[in-house]
Design a protein around this ligand. Structure first.
Ligand code: AMP
Length: 214
């Protein structure tokens, strides 16, 4: 069997940071649908062309685009592997569909990790966030700075502020989260799979809490 752990939480809650850190320690694979979409946009693939305008507006990309991506990567994952999903599912329809896609690929959703933080912290984290456009690594100007300012520790590329981390887009993404993604928490709670984590602390403390919960 293949195992899936879903990371939930608002934009800026630290899903990518925690998933990457725990994946590096446990051998799981970190899968960020947002990073895959940004890569598709940068390469100008058909999925990227379809996704771009939604992403620029801070809106959700149509479900069908995500279902294709997720079913391909589940089919390609080796038996016995564990995948950390960061950014999928993002609405109730996607949560239901993930169950079907997983079953078709001999995979199960084993846990859903919910990273809880206040709205003030989310806005602070998103505003200071810097991202590597080449390898997808995430940084924060104050809480998780790179060794050399503006340069990715992992691959040396120049860091950027994501187009959708601008203040006007941040507000829309938080509204989309409340409307579409927050109900996914209830979905996994009813399934008995939810693990709530206090994600207000520093990155290494949050990663330790997540690892202990899994
Ligand atoms: P993220 O890096 O997870 O914040 O995702 C960045 C953007 O990619 C989101 O604001 C959406 O436009 C798009 N996106 C990522 N994952 C999904 C998803 N599961 N469903 C729809 N859109 C998504």
């Amino acid at each position: 069997m293949k195992k899936i752990v879903v990371f939930l939480g608002a934009p800026g809650a630290g899903k990518g940071t925690a998933a990457a850190a725990v994946a590096a320690r446990t051998g799981a694979r970190h899968v960020s649908t947002g990073a895959m979409l940004r890569d598709a946009v940068a390469r100008g693939t058909p999925a990227g062309l379809e996704a771009k305008s939604f992403m620029d507006a801070g809106a959700l990309v149509p479900d069908e685009v995500l279902y294709r991506m997720v079913s391909e990567l589940l089919a390609a994952a080796p038996d016995g592997s564990t995948l950390f999903f960061d950014g999928f599912p993002r609405n109730s329809a996607q949560a239901e569909k993930l169950g079907e896609l997983a079953a078709a690929a001999a995979a199960t959703v084993d846990a859903a990790v919910m990273l809880d933080v206040s709205e003030a912290t989310l806005v602070e984290r998103l505003g200071g966030r810097r991202t590597c456009p080449k390898c997808g690594a995430g940084y924060h100007v104050k809480s998780l700075p790179p060794k050399v300012e503006g340069v990715c520790d992992k691959c040396g590329a120049a860091l950027v502020t994501r187009a959708d981390d601008r203040p006007e887009t941040i507000a829309n993404r938080l509204a989309v989260y409340e409307r579409s993604t927050a109900p996914v928490v209830g979905f996994y709670e009813r399934a008995g799979l939810l693990k709530r984590i206090d994600a207000s602390g520093p990155a290494d403390a949050v990663a330790a809490l997540v690892e202990a919960a899994l």
